[in-house]
Write a protein that binds this ligand. Structure first.
Ligand code: NAD
Ligand code: UGA
Length: 457
């Protein structure tokens, strides 16, 4: 039996440790956070994040071998293995502002671990970090005069929001990096043993610390690059009457390319893709590799272009003015099946339309609370409406910005009747039946597809 602690009870810390607790009933698992309101939510019936299947996992072990605590320092003292899953956002100030990772929460945690440890610890990097951060961690931890041994292990997390529980239960791989020393190998084995409770051993891969840290940034960069690549081609499709979904299907059948992450969209969002690529760009610049930096920076620029292109297209289709027009935005979350709105393209489109003085109504099944907070400062006039039918009533246009199934299943005939005419639909996720909508009377514009516009009568 070991005492496992996770510092950081967010989108990663909460779900990952809940699954570890469920799969390893002999271990005591504590998730601690400075945010006591978040801890209280983890202890309640209203978990702080929406994630399919999460509640069932939490309820199966909470109070047995899974605990949530705001007493970070006391928990450090009692732990054998400490996972650190604090946020590592893009730095907004000083050197590297706008690109480098802000490591202040990470470093604070390292110092807290040092200060409150009385026994040897294995410290596991779960947060996404710049390559060679473990070295800084080791230097902080080894600056103790008690000769306490600490081993730093890298174990980046690859789960996606919306499928976090499934991804944790059936990971493509678990990556663990450590020093190639006797104590490093022992620490690595301790972490391998946790995952080996349910992950087939051949899917648990072990590498050097630096390969493990860098693999995480590279995995996100490659995934985001695929989206930017297909989105770049969607712009060409819109000029040539080629269809981006037909192209994605045709190229995805090539087993060397594969079908995943080829859905053209209004752009990728989420807390990590942009920040991790910018971090990679910063690292390349730091190591004197400007050509490599520029190559990856283009992935982010293409994503911004795609979002700007989307609202510019809305504006030009709607006779170059949306001032005073009601526009219903379907979706606030950065993807389906999550309440997370961090870096959501939906909110960027929303802000751009508010700037054009449209009357924007935002609807989403789970993300309106977060959206309300995000938009409070720069777009306080946005209307939040949980019912998509009410959101669309009297609207000149609907824009689908999150791929919730719910939006594909609405009664669009009834919605059309309730809207101002001519009625427009902009499908930023290509989830609707465009020909059917066109036959109902809608003017339809989708990503990377020829427009379906009714001629003036
Ligand atoms: P989050 O903001 O949801 O959670 C981080 C938590 O850490 C917050 O609750 C915060 O209060 C807490 N925290 C910060 N400093 C602390 C301290 N000193 N002591 C105790 N708690 C502290 O972030 P997240 O989305 O869970 O991401 C965490 C890390 O995991 C990031 O590095 C991110 O890049 C990475 N990651 C995220 C995802 C994802 O899907 N969100 C997936 C893989 C990796
Ligand atoms: C992503 C990675 O997929 C995870 O492996 C990684 O652990 C995580 O980032 C992280 O480090 O935070 P996540 O951001 O939760 O996970 O969600 P994704 O499914 O990757 O989607 C990201 C964005 O890309 C969403 O806005 C989504 O709608 C968009 N997307 C995705 C597309 O536009 N097209 C696609 O084909 C796929």
């Amino acid at each position: 039996m070991a005492n496992l602690l996770c510092i950081g009870a967010g989108y990663v810390g909460g779900p990952t440790m809940a699954v570890i607790a469920q799969k390893c009933p002999e271990h005591r698992v504590v998730v601690a956070d400075v945010d006591s309101a978040k801890i209280a939510a983890w202890q309640s019936d209203h978990l702080p994040i929406y994630e399919p299947g999460l509640k069932e996992v939490v309820l199966s072990c909470r109070g047995k071998n899974l605990f949530f605590s705001a007493e970070v320092e006391r928990q450090i003292a009692e732990a054998d293995i400490i996972f650190v899953s604090v946020n590592t956002p893009t730095k907004s100030f000083g050197q590297g502002a706008g690109k480098a990772a802000d490591l202040q929460y990470w470093e604070k945690t390292a110092r807290q671990i040092l200060q409150h440890s009385r026994t040897p610890k294995i410290v596991v990097e779960k947060s996404t970090l710049p390559v060679r951060t473990a070295e800084a961690m080791e230097r902080i931890l080894h600056s103790n005069d008690r000769n306490l041994p600490f081993d730093v292990v890298s174990n980046p997390e690859f789960l996606s929001e919306g499928t976090a529980i499934h991804d944790m239960e059936n990971p493509d791989r678990v990556l663990i990096g450590a020093r190639d020393t006797p104590s490093g190998r022992k620490a690595m084995q301790a972490v391998v043993d946790i995952y080996a409770h349910w992950v087939p051993r051949e899917r648990i891969i072990t590498t050097s610390l630096w390969s493990s840290e860098l693999s995480k940034l590279v995995a996100n960069a490659f995934l985001a690059q695929r989206i930017s690549s297909i989105n770049s081609i969607s712009a060409l499709c819109e000029k040539t009457e080629a269809d981006i979904q037909e192209i994605a299907h045709a190229i995805g059948l090539d087993s060397r390319i594969g079908p995943h992450f080829l859905n053209a969209s209004v752009g990728f969002g989420g807390s990590c893709f942009k920040k991790d690529i910018l971090n990679l760009v910063y690292l390349c610049e730091h190591y004197g590799l400007p050509e490599v930096a520029r190559y990856w920076d283009q992935v982010v620029q293409m994503n911004e272009y795609q979002q700007a292109r989307f609202h510019a297209r809305m504006l030009s289709s709607m006779f170059n003015t949306v001032a005073g027009k009601r526009i219903a935005l379907f979706g606030a979350a950065f993807k389906a099946n999550t309440s997370d709105t961090r870096e959501s393209p939906a909110l960027n489109v929303c802000r751009a339309l508010v700037e054009e003085r449209a009357e924007v109504v935002l609807t989403d099944p789970y993300a309106l609370d977060h959206a309300r907070i995000d938009l409070a400062k720069d777009a306080p006039q946005v209307i939040f409406e949980p019912d998509p039918y009410r959101a669309a009533a009297k609207a000149h246009a609907i824009a689908v910005l999150t791929e919730w199934n719910l939006f594909a299943e609405l009664d669009y005939r009834a919605i059309y009747q309730s809207m101002a005419k001519p009625a427009f639909i902009f499908d930023g996720r290509n989830i609707l039946d465009h020909r059917r909508l066109f036959s109902m009377g809608f003017n339809v514009q989708a990503i990377g597809k020829p427009p379906l516009i009714h001629p003036a009568r």
